[in-house]
Design a protein around this ligand. Structure first.
Ligand code: GSH
Length: 203
């Protein structure tokens, strides 16, 4: 296998960041290809589904979709358990995270401030809290699958960080406080030596 190349926007966020974290945490020597927003319009039609992230290997077709990338990295490089059913269960958490992102994305682009406030409050009280309550029951602790870090933890970490840094207006930074296992995943991923090393490297 030649060196993998991951393409995403030049931002430490979202679906690209969770794939970078997975590759780095798994010890994969990959090319971290970061593109400028200004270049996106011309690149978009060249991507399998017109979106990022995309993972490439020489001689292979490029592959899109963050969850497919995470599942591949997880299975091939040890960030998913060998037990196939447990790996499958953890992959289902990746899908649930994308469902939440879809619900959040439905509130993007709302121009009227009062409408945005109302829709975000409904998001927090409805889909977000329901998602967090369901996710809480899936997390074994300290990580989603138990003692070992997996790609599911990295996806959960990136989403929790999104809330915690206050990037979404009207979504409280402590929205996950009633969910100690989710908070625990965030804290334990933050403190994981590989994740500490990644952010030390980038700063
Ligand atoms: N389901 C896809 C969604 C990909 C997606 O929407 N990516 C965003 C960035 S996080 C993107 O490429 N946005 C630019 C665009 O769609 O033109 C995945 O999980 O990879």
């Amino acid at each position: 296998m030649t060196k993998l190349k991951l393409t995403y926007f030049d931002a430490p966020t979202s679906r690209g960041e969770e794939c970078r974290l997975a590759l780095f945490a798994a010890g994969v020597d990959f090319t971290d290809n970061r593109i400028a927003r200004a270049d996106w319009a011309s690149l978009k039609p060249t991507m399998p589904f017109g979106s990022l992230p995309v993972l490439e290997a020489e001689g292979k077709p490029p592959v899109s979709q963050s969850n497919a990338i995470l599942a591949y990295v997880g299975r091939r490089y040890g960030l998913l358990p060998k037990d196939e059913w447990e790996a499958f269960r953890l992959e289902s958490l990746l899908g649930a995270c994308e469902d939440l992102r879809t619900a959040i994305s439905a509130t993007f682009g709302i121009q009227d401030p009062e409408e945005l406030k109302r829709r975000r409050a409904a998001l927090v009280e409805g889909p977000l809290r329901t998602w967090a309550g369901n996710m809480e029951k899936q997390i074994k602790g300290p990580f989603a699958g138990g003692p070992e870090l997996s790609v599911a933890d990295l996806k959960l970490y990136v989403i929790a960080t999104w809330f915690k840094k206050g990037a979404l207006d009207h979504v409280p930074t402590d929205v996950l406080a009633p969910f100690p296992k989710l908070e625990g995943v965030h804290a334990n991923v933050s403190a994981h030596p590989k994740i500490v090393a990644w952010y030390a490297r980038k700063s």
